[in-house]
Design a binder for this molecule. Sequence first.
Ligand SMILES: [Fe+2]
Length: 188
Amino acid sequence: MTDEIMKELEDLFSRNLSAVEKFMEFLKPKIESAQDEHQRLYWHHIYEEEEQRLDRLKDLLSRVRHFLNSSDNAMQDNISFIHLLQDVSLEKFGLHNFEEHLTLAIFDAKNSEHESFLKNMLEMAESDYSKIKELLSALNETFDGKINKAGSTPTDEKENAEDHVKLHKFFANKHITKKLTVGSLKNL
Ligand SMILES: [Fe+2]
């Protein structure tokens, strides 16, 4: 089952890697043609965080592929494998940020020719965010909860964060996360 999950993660990360590259190409002219420093910082901030995410995705992809190609049967006791899964749990937050960045860009692109491109990308990000949560919850069951790392939970999903600072969209979704079973994995 761990192998199947790693293959799902490989697909998810490579899909996101090319999406982030496209999103960054969209952002470049936004920074260049910004009318004032506020606008310039706004687009630059998003660009910079997505570029950092691109670097993380490249690193994660090569590590996921390494484990998929190795014949290491003692994965469960392998500390570098656990570290990889903890980094995957942090990257869940990267997907959450991607959703928010796309949503911000969509506000700006209303009725423009970019709107549908951005909305399609947001749809992909939303479905991959729930997918990575399912994969991580399955991994956490396999590895006795060792996978969750501090810093992997967005404000919207923190039990102890004040509700008025949470976005409704994410807050409302938190109770409907599906639980992953061996059977449901086939349908992912
Ligand atoms: Fe941001």
